[in-house]
Design a protein around this ligand. Structure first.
Ligand SMILES: Cc1cc2nc3c(=O)[nH]c(=O)nc-3n(C[C@H](O)[C@H](O)[C@H](O)COP(=O)(O)OP(=O)(O)OC[C@H]3O[C@@H](n4cnc5c(N)ncnc54)[C@H](O)[C@@H]3O)c2cc1C
Length: 400
């Protein structure tokens, strides 16, 4: 399969490239260049900027504010975004709950929530996992008991990414325990994080970051109109969301840009050492990662083409998730090896290469190389672990 860009694709590529070069604004650009962590407001401003160009909701139908891009345009956009090392789009609103609301929500919900997602006025987080209910999500215990015109929610959600910033959470809760299958009786509910009875506890990850949280619900009263779709059908809606989430985790464009950078750096000699390009074993593994990525790139394009023609991503999203995250971690490992002891945060000052950042083989700076490696161990776990994705493929693709 050969992807050839038409003249209009090339014009689009040039427009996107110019946008990321010229229009991000000095303050954001400086932070990106200096690898300064972005604030909540930085992310919001950036997403608003994308939306003002009509470039935010690539996965949405045009009638709800989607970009209407072809698969090739989506591919070009994500590649240019990675090339510019622009911030990622926070997925919880636009890539996760948005598609559930426009697919299964009622008109009032679409009117109330979709414009704020497009405008990034509301920060969403995802309340699926619970202590003891991760892979076996159908065992979840959070309850939503009907009381007049409200549900009373009790339970605990965990690993809630960026929940500390969130204005709203979408969650799966049990509304009925008297069911034949555990997947029945689960409902998909939208909850304002300011509702009394919600408390949040940070979980600090191995890289020292506050990225995830535990969220506790104690007699949290939520109006029934915040139920999406039918009561007890949340499992079906939640699965659709997961397929969008998994397709999103693949990260092909980022891996591609990181591999290109790494290949360029292999010809450099650092502090007089032989360049990595002379290390056949390393170069063989770099080439192997590039070949795997090329194959994944075409699989992703095929999936994007199907999604663009109106098909929801199916079990193939599990294939993309496994392969994409395996390659991401392969790239992380190559960077760690290439950076060697410069990758560690505790390298004594005299061995640091800060004065010449370009010579640092882990392009983010030697400290970030290891932090990124550790942080990204999550990639094969979240969105449903890779082992669970293999089970899905066995059942739904191979029919085993
Ligand atoms: C950084 C991070 C961010 C996350 N963000 C969110 C979030 O925002 N919202 C949210 O709801 N969740 C989030 N998660 C949770 C994530 O979805 C779960 O961690 C994941 O589903 C695995 O569940 P678990 O952690 O309970 O592990 P377990 O389910 O306890 O699994 C432990 C190990 O056993 C394996 N295993 C379990 N069952 C099987 C089986 N049947 N066959 C083969 N192997 C099996 C798993 O693959 C895994 O290796 C996040 C997780 C991480 C690490």
């Amino acid at each position: 399969m050969d992807v050839r860009f038409s003249d209009s694709d090339l014009a689009f590529r040039d427009e996107v490239r110019a946008f990321f070069r010229d229009e991000l604004g000095d303050a954001l650009q400086r932070k990106l260049e200096q690898h300064v962590p972005l604030t909540k407001q930085d992310h919001i401003d950036y997403q608003k900027l994308l939306n003002s160009k009509g470039w935010f909701a690539a996965n949405w139908p045009v009638e709800y504010g989607g970009t209407g891009w072809t698969p090739v345009q989506r591919y070009i956009f994500s590649y240019e975004m990675a090339l510019a090392e622009a911030p990622p789009i926070i997925p919880f609103g636009v890539s996760m709950v948005g598609p559930v609301i426009y697919t299964f929500g009622n008109d009032a919900q679409k009117k109330r929530f979709l414009p704020d997602i497009l405008e990034s006025n509301v920060w969403w987080c995802q309340g699926y996992s619970e202590p003891g209910s991760g892979s076996d999500l159908a065992s979840l215990k959070t309850r939503a008991d009907l009381d007049g015109d409200a549900y009373i929610i009790n339970g605990t959600k965990t690993w809630t990414t960026l929940g500390q910033y969130a204005d709203w959470i979408f969650l799966l809760a049990r509304t009925n325990t008297d069911v034949a299958r555990r997947q029945e009786g689960i409902s998909f509910i939208l909850v304002d994080m300011q509702t009394p009875g919600i408390s949040l506890k940070p979980i600090i990850t191995i890289d020292g970051e506050h990225e995830v949280n535990e969220v506790h619900f104690e007699n949290v009263r939520v109006p029934v109109e915040n139920l999406v779709g039918d009561e007890g059908k949340g499992w079906t809606y939640g699965k659709v969301l997961l397929q969008h989430e998994r397709t999103n985790i693949t990260g092909v464009a980022n891996s591609k840009v990181r591999l290109q950078k790494l290949r360029r750096k292999t010809s450099q000699s650092i502090h007089g050492a032989a360049p990595l390009a002379e290390d056949n074993n390393f170069m063989r593994r770099l080439a192997a990662a590039e070949v795997e990525l090329k194959a994944l790139e075409f699989t992703e394009l095929r999936t994007l083409a199907a999604v663009s023609s109106g098909k929801a991503p199916g079990p193939e999203s599990s294939i993309l998730k496994i392969k994409g995250t395996e390659i991401q971690q392969m790239v992380d490992t190559l960077y760690m090896e290439a950076a060697a002891y410069y990758a560690l945060p505790f390298v004594p000052d005299q061995y640091r290469l800060e004065t010449d950042p370009d010579s640092i083989i882990g392009h983010d700076g030697e400290t970030l190389t290891s932090l990124r490696y550790f942080n990204n161990r999550k990639a094969s776990i979240f969105g449903g672990s890779n082992e669970i994705q293999k089970n899905i493929i066995a059942k739904h693709v191979l029919g085993l």
